[in-house]
Design a protein around this ligand. Structure first.
Ligand code: SF4
Length: 126
């Protein structure tokens, strides 16, 4: 079923995710923000002390934390991208930024970028 959201002139078909190589978690480098609640949830999920989790998996940018990336194919991948499964290894507790993809205000102004990246995107404007 096509997912839509008010204010966005495109929809998203999650069924197409199975045909994709995980483009929303790999490719060009970018921030993957995690808030304090999410840090606690992911650390618990991984059975790690929060301080150890932060040290191993996150970096600080100004007053916020983002997930580290590693080189992958011709770009980078989120540290939690599972290359075998071609998906997220912390899916149940993935941050809100990942849950709300592809309905980001950024993509309202960069639709071409989104359409190139995600095969599940359907334009509703024409
Ligand atoms: S946390 Fe999971 S869903 Fe989010 S970018 Fe990383 S691998 Fe992808």
């Amino acid at each position: 079923m096509l997912k839509t959201q008010e204010g966005f002139d495109y929809g998203f078909n999650p069924k197409v995710c199975f045909t994709c190589k995980g483009n929303c978690c790999i490719g060009e480098s970018g921030y993957i923000w995690v808030n304090p609640k999410e840090i606690t949830a992911i650390a618990n999920f991984l059975n790690l002390e929060e301080s150890l989790f932060v040290e191993r998996y996150l970096f600080k940018e100004s007053h916020m934390y983002s997930i580290k990336e590693i080189p992958h194919e011709s770009g980078v991948a989120c540290l939690f991208f599972d290359d075998q499964k071609r998906g997220c290894s912390i899916y149940e507790v993935r941050p809100s930024q990942c849950r709300t993809f592809p309905f980001w205000n950024y993509f309202k102004r960069h639709f071409d970028e989104l359409e190139k990246e995600c095969p599940g995107i359907v334009s509703l404007s024409h």
